[in-house]
Design a protein. Structure first.
Length: 318
């Protein structure tokens, strides 16, 4: 059967850090995400021909665009001179803390691998997605990209060498994410971080990371909630998010297991046991955000175990 010459892929948004796991934990959610269409051409060049949903802010230059970088490096790695036109539809806010740049890079490299007949396994695509992340924020962190690419809940055990582990999660675990329309650029959020942390804080954080992983793997919702504490990053980054403490208090009072910043913010997320509780938490968070005068988006989802998906031809962007 002939290989297709065009494909449309949806790559999901992600929640990274997951309170205590800065740069080493993340998971995918069902929505939002990015949609990319890739079409093979005779030009021998990788071109970004259209971007929508970004208010004209993202670069069309291939070497500066996360999807363009990921696709270009994939083709160079395989020694393939192939023209590709990329159309990107952003379906989440920039600087949202939901892995916007990672979704674009993942969607691009997943799509080109499909068009090339899948010479690489899905997990082998991660280094190319990470180079897209590097183009976006200057650092190739894997917590968003690995979760978007592989689906599920991931732990980055090591960066050198890269070692990513998929962690099982309880069947009835639900996530509520709220995004107030305030932008927190990743680079700005990273500048707040300290190069050194006190040993007592590191010990607390290690215990929480281990507890969260153990709670997820053993279906222990109480342990999951007790472990969702960040004593290193959240105290610094929460200062960039208006109303953070009010929203946290409302979410926990509504029954959330735990509360934290999604990535670098301003999106905030909770874990809940069951969809009914997750919906209650969403309503409580919305009420606080409305009182603060912000517009917002809210999402309730299970952990998305699928990762990127090929969309049917009728929903293509062209």
């Amino acid at each position: 059967m002939d290989k297709p010459n065009a494909i449309t892929v949806f790559a999901p948004a992600t929640v990274a850090n997951v309170t205590c796991g800065f740069d080493v934990m993340g998971f995918a959610i069902d929505a939002p995400g990015d949609t990319l269409e890739l079409k093979l051409t005779d030009s021998k060049e990788v071109r970004i021909v259209e971007i929508t949903g970004d208010e004209g802010r993202l670069p069309l230059e291939t070497e500066r665009n996360t999807a363009g970088v990921a696709v270009q490096m994939y083709l160079e790695h395989l020694g393939i001179r192939q023209g590709v036109d990329i159309r990107l539809h952003k379906q989440m806010p920039l600087g949202s803390g939901l892995g916007s740049s990672a979704a674009s890079a993942v969607g691009g490299v997943y799509a080109i691998n499909k068009l090339m007949g899948e010479p690489l396994k899905v997990e082998e695509l991660l280094p190319f997605a990470l180079e897209g992340e590097r183009a976006a924020c200057g650092f190739a962190h894997a917590d968003n990209a690995a979760a978007s690419l592989m689906g599920g809940f991931i732990l980055v055990r090591s960066y050198a060498p890269l070692d990513v582990v998929r962690i099982p999660v309880p069947e009835n675990l639900y996530i509520t994410v709220i995004h107030p329309d305030v932008e927190v650029p990743t680079k700005q959020a990273r500048r707040l971080l300290k190069e050194q942390v006190p040993l007592r804080d590191a010990v607390t954080q290690w215990g929480n990371v281990g507890g969260l992983i153990a709670g997820l793997m053993s279906n222990d919702y109480g342990l999951i909630g007790r472990s969702m504490q960040d004593v290193i990053v959240e105290p610094l980054r929460s200062t960039l998010i208006p109303g953070f403490e009010q929203v946290r208090t409302a979410a926990m009072a509504a029954g959330a297991l735990g509360f934290g910043i999604s990535g670098s913010g301003p999106s905030q997320f909770t874990f809940s046991e069951g969809k009914a509780t997750a919906d209650q938490v969403a309503a409580a968070m919305e009420k606080e955000i409305q009182a603060l005068g912000f517009t917002y988006q809210v999402y309730v989802s299970k952990v998305n175990a699928q990762g990127p998906v090929i969309l049917p031809e009728e929903v293509r962007l062209t």
